[in-house]
Design a protein around this ligand. Sequence first.
Ligand SMILES: [Fe+2]
Ligand SMILES: [Fe+2]
Length: 235
Amino acid sequence: MKTSRRDFLIGTSTVAGSTLVVPFSALAAQQKAPKKAAKKKEEAEEDVSTNEDLMREHGVLNRVLLIYDEAMRRIQAKEKFDPAVLTKSAGIIKSFIEDYHEKLEEDHIFPRFEQSGSKLTELTVNLRAQHAVGRKLTEKIAATAKSGETQALNSALAAFNRMYRPHEAREDTVLFPALHSVVSKHEYDAMGEEFERIERKTFGGDGFDMAVDQVTELEKQFDIYDISKFTPDTV
Ligand SMILES: [Fe+2]
Ligand SMILES: [Fe+2]
């Protein structure tokens, strides 16, 4: 797994601190390596374009939908499961999708279409409405997972997955590709850099890496991490 930005920063500050007693030339040589590594890391992050950034965040959302699918399967099969996996999954949706990803869409993506009079404005109106409903469903999922109201939890999970699959698919295939027609290349590139800055400010590091680590842990707890489990035995 790649080193998170936070681990990376801790690592570089330790190196800098340990150089206080060495001659300046050695210090410069020693500092050159981490600086070079930092530059390389910066460049790698800057390479993530606006749409790639948003679409890989949808990948995190999708992985939570898989956890929700498995929870519904277990409810219907009357199999036991740890409700904390669902409250934590709802927590990832709230912090990473609703309060970050959807806020980026609402503040930076949708207005570009709405202000340019694009025919996709009708779509953004619906997408905004779905974000609002999604927030209510997430609250319901967290509350019913905690209280043990299994049928209400099942209904909220089903409604969430039914709405979000078309929601993200429409953004990925229609809205995001059309972004190139409403912003210049320069503005598109600047948006990617702005998103990166907001991500670092919001999460104190690489929020995407952190969210992937968290969802991976929950998949392991729910025993759906092994991707071969999704391959059918017979075709
Ligand atoms: Fe959205
Ligand atoms: Fe989205």
